[in-house]
Design a protein around this ligand. Sequence first.
Ligand code: ATP
Ligand code: MG
Length: 272
Amino acid sequence: MWCISDFEIGKPLGKGRFGAVYLARSKETHFILALKVIFKSAMEKAQLEHQLRREIEILCHLRHPNILRMYNYFHDQTRIFLMLEYAPRGELYKELQKKKYFDDTRTATYMEEISEALIYCHAQKVIHRDIKPENLLLGLRGELKLADFGWSVHAPSLRRTTLCGTTDYLAPEMIAGSPHDENVDVWCVGVLCYECLAGYAPFEAATRLETFRKIREVNMTFPSWMSDGARDLISKILNRTPSLRLPLKAIIEHPWILNHSSSDLSMRRSPM
Ligand code: ATP
Ligand code: MG
């Protein structure tokens, strides 16, 4: 079993709701990783221990190039430590803020990567439920890494909601409080595609209520610079009715994705 003295602790990578994340290196092998520290007291206060345990068990078993790996975990008296794959290029959210919006190639590549990650998850009966740029990290070559798994079931990541008062990625059935399935993730892929290309989410509004109304009505307009191919894809994903949304397997076969994606995955599928 691992313990904290097995690691040299480096710079803080970010702050979580129940602790912080640090760059770390294993003393024995010099392996670099991200160590997420969660305070047990904070978890207990929020009554999330069971949830955390379940999510840890799910994450430990997921292996995909576009899902942030969790290598292992351990705990001491006061803290839980998650040994996570280090994502050197940080958050997609920050990239998007910096660049304002992404071009077709970059966005299509992300769309393919996230779709591949979700096809894998859904095959394992895991629904992410909390896809948004804040929960997407970037690997060494800029490849997408889906992080913050399954948390949203009992603990929606409140970062955006508290900071900006937005609920932009909620699917219509979530707002309605109806039962939902893996199609909520598909909805989020559509919202993400829009936000990457536009620089803002499709249903952004002054108030939460207004956003909810727009989501329910799928009331969106496209910015002038968005290409027809992207508009077609987004329109086919963002369907009010969960079962009518373009399936993930069809998203990665959509002409706009095939024409623009430069992910390693697409290279493998259609060698030059
Ligand atoms: P929660 O898990 O409770 O939702 P959170 O979303 O606030 O908490 P994380 O997303 O896990 O916390 O981590 C906080 C921040 O630390 C991230 O937004 C990211 O910037 C950074 N970070 C987390 N994990 C990694 C990692 N593996 N590699 C690089 N940076 C990371
Ligand atoms: Mg997060």
